[in-house]
Ligand binder design. Structure first.
Ligand SMILES: [Fe+2]
Ligand SMILES: [Fe+2]
Length: 158
C-alpha cells in the first residue's frame, strides 16, 4: 500500500505523532473523569474539550497517513498521566504538550528540508496548535497558583 515516493522519515514522524496524540486522548479523557470525581465540574469540562481536540488531531494524522498510502500504526500508547490534584495533572500535561511541540517542530523542519510544502504546512499547523495548548496550560497553572482574592465586601443591607 505504501508509495515509494513517500519520505520514510515523514512516515516515522506521523507514526510517532499518532501514538502521542492517542496517548493525549487517553490522558485528557482520564483526567476529565478524575477531576469530575473530585467535584471540579469546570476543569472536567475543559479537559473533556482537550480530549476532543486531541482526537481531532488523531483524525487528521490518520487522514494524512491514508493519503500517503500508509496504514496507521500508532503502537506505543503511554499510560494516562494521573495525580492527586489538578495542579499536578496540569504540570504533567504541560510537559507532555512540550514533547508534542518538539516532535512537530522537528517534523515541520524536515518537511522544509526535503522541500515538501504539504508536510511543512501539515506539521506546522499541528505545531501551532500544540504551542497554543502549552500556552493555555501555563495560564491555567498560573491562575491556580495565584493567591485567592478576598471576597468583595458586600454592602450592608439596611
Ligand atoms: Fe494534539
Ligand atoms: Fe495538545
Amino acid at each position: 500500500m505504501r508509495q515509494n515516493s513517500t519520505d520514510q522519515r515523514i512516515l516515522g514522524y506521523l507514526g510517532r505523532a499518532l501514538s502521542l496524540e492517542l496517548s493525549a486522548v487517553q490522558t485528557y479523557s482520564t483526567q476529565a473523569r478524575l477531576v469530575a470525581t473530585w467535584g471540579l465540574d469546570g476543569p472536567a469540562e475543559r479537559l473533556r474539550e482537550e480530549a476532543h481536540e486531541e482526537l481531532q488531531h488523531v483524525e487528521r494524522i490518520i487522514a494524512r497517513m491514508l493519503a500517503l498510502g500508509a496504514a496507521p500504526n500508532g503502537s506505543q500508547l503511554r499510560p494516562a498521566l494521573v495525580g492527586g490534584d489538578l495542579l499536578s495533572l496540569l504540570q504533567a500535561d504541560y510537559v507532555f504538550e512540550l514533547e508534542l511541540v518538539g516532535l512537530y517542530r522537528d517534523a515541520a523542519r524536515h518537511g522544509e528540508r526535503i522541500a515538501s510544502r504539504d508536510d511543512r504546512v501539515f506539521f506546522g499547523a499541528l505545531l501551532a496548535e500544540e504551542q497554543a495548548h502549552a500556552r493555555e496550560l501555563i495560564e491555567w497553572i498560573a491562575a491556580l497558583e495565584q493567591p485567592v482574592e478576598p471576597p468583595t465586601r458586600r454592602r450592608a443591607l439596611r
